[in-house]
Design a protein around this ligand. Structure first.
Ligand SMILES: *Cc1c(COP(=O)(O)O)cnc(C)c1O
Length: 243
């Protein structure tokens, strides 16, 4: 039952992506769908992989670390694990051991902690490649509540710090749409992210990832040029409130 439900929801989400790409004149092949599996069990991840989803997202270190460890090695090695939640510096080292990409880097202290953690993981054979990193941008303005991330004016220095870290690889930017926006406001925020991404590529041409768009606003993100979507409830069903 659970598996049928996930499959049906995934089909709907893939249809939405296809239609939004069609309307935006974009190739769906340029979009990476990340299933955000927070609060759901490792078995759902294994099932998603069978359905062709190779990217999963988690937002809490404790839950994510335990869940990734639970996966069969043959499943884990075919997956890309994205960490999308707020990071504390004392947890960052652990995240750097099991994540493939960390999307939520918002301050220099986290850059240093991730770099150290990945260095150790590489030495000990827990990782085989540098950790991929996105700088999270706060797109909230003025009175509107931001949803985490560095302020736009802090992005260049933070991006330089990531790019300069030995065991990290700067891949681009991530944002969550600001609270309380209508469609036009959300679209404007995603356009701003895309513009910041274009500016970033003047100095870091490989940083071409734009992670934006969730269950409610993935079409708007695709219209703005997002390359990565982070979709939770539309694929996995509703979570407990506030998660
Ligand atoms: C939970 C979460 C998502 C997915 O949200 P849905 O609305 O369930 O699609 C995306 N991004 C981040 C950072 C999240 O924490």
């Amino acid at each position: 039952m659970r598996h049928t439900e996930i499959e049906e929801r995934l089909t709907v989400v893939r249809g939405r992506i296809a239609q939004a790409c069609d309307e935006a004149g974009r190739d769906p092949g340029g979009i990476t769908l990340i299933a955000v599996t927070k609060f759901f069990p490792a078995g759902d991840i294994t099932h998603l992989l069978k359905l062709g989803v190779r990217d999963i997202g988690e937002n809490k270190d404790q839950e994510a670390g335990a869940k990734v460890a639970e996966l069969d090695e043959t499943v884990r090695e075919r997956l890309t694990v994205h960490f999308v939640g707020q990071l504390q510096s004392n947890k960052a080292g652990r995240v750097a051991r099991y994540a493939d990409m960390v999307q939520s880097v918002d301050r220099p202290k986290i850059v240093r902690a991730l770099d150290r953690g990945r260095g150790t993981a590489l030495e000990e054979g827990h990782a085989a490649a540098p950790l991929e990193v996105l700088v999270q941008v706060d797109l909230g303005e003025g009175e509107q509540a931001g949803r985490g991330g560095a302020l736009p004016e802090q992005v260049p220095a933070l991006a330089d710090a990531v790019a300069g870290a030995e065991h990290l690889r700067l891949r681009g930017l991530m944002a969550v749409a600001p609270f309380g926006q209508d469609e036009a406001g959300t679209r404007a925020a995603f356009d701003r992210l895309a513009q910041l991404g274009a500016e970033l590529r003047h100095t870091h041409p490989d940083a071409d990832v734009l992670s934006a768009g969730m269950s409610a606003d993935l079409e708007l993100a695709i219209a703005s040029g997002a390359t990565h979507l982070r979709v939770g409830s539309a694929i996995l069903g509703s979570r407990q409130p506030g998660r």
